[in-house]
Design a protein around this ligand. Sequence first.
Ligand code: PLP
Ligand code: COI
Length: 338
Amino acid sequence: MEAINWSDLTFGYMKTDYNVRSHYQDGKWSDLEITDSEFLNLHIASTCLHYGQESFEGLKAFRGKDNKIRIFRMRENALRMQESSRGIMMAELPVELFEKAVVEAVKRNERFVPPCESGASLYIRPLLIGTSAQVGVKPATEYTFVLFVTPVGPYFKEGFKTTPVVIYREYDRAAPLGTGTIKVGGNYAASLVAGTKAHDGGYSAVLYLDAREKKYIDECGPANFFGIKNNTYVTPQSTSILPSITNKSLIQLAEDAGMRVERRAIPVEELATFEEAGMCGTAAVISPIQRVDDVAENKSYIFSADGKPGVICEKLYKQLRAIQYGDAEDKYGWVTIL
Ligand code: PLP
Ligand code: COI
């Protein structure tokens, strides 16, 4: 095997040894199947191909200084995948089977879990698709669950550094009562034009405003937004953003640190009042925001004049990482040790 340069990893795909699968047919999920193939054999009329019956998840495993491997909050991802299934009428994968698949895939690809000091991790990508043939717009009767893993570095090439994000008022990611709260591929397809334009313009993500009124802060690319002021952690309440497991964890850590937490609509002008701001997610971890450019309004909201992350972002980031890598006590039972 070629040596992997762990410290140079980006957020990309690398082939690993095995992936695991389960098929749903006649109302039952099959036992896990282990394979080294990176391919699927799909019917040309599969509902995932035509009508977007597809959902995915993202979680990570970390190798600690003690060399133990820790998986972060996998039950939450299992439950969210069930929620996604209910949202687009797919069969629900049992939580136990999801967890078994995660553990199996991580164990069988143990050599791809990056060493502790690299700061990299093993990204776990569960995927669920409708596979039976259908031409009318109807849910499939058969489904395939696939789970693969791949070692990754930081999602944003800057890692734990501040980056700029941008508001484009001419794009929406998800409708107010649409699919924004679940993790389905269509949401990401809908974000590609704006996201690519942002990257081309030197931004790391698009900060979406609510689709109905364009007044409130909504999703921040592949992550949730949060702002910090007066010892308060403020994050959007919205019917079109994904309930982020990282955000939920940071809310707990902020409360534990004696901060107030507010989940509410955040008017875009309120950006001017935050001392710090960031995006959070499995891939993004915490990515502190350097500034937000509201292009149409010709306004810039600056959170970090010198480009350095704020003290609270840094504190929360370190606390979260410490739990994930096993350097701090896992008070809430977030971690599964292999
Ligand atoms: N929002 C979107 C659109 C995402 O794709 C993700 C990533 O999963 C998140 C937020 C963050 O969610 P989590 O912290 O559960 O990874
Ligand atoms: C994650 O943070 O796990 C995501 O799914 C975000 C992105 C890679 C789609």
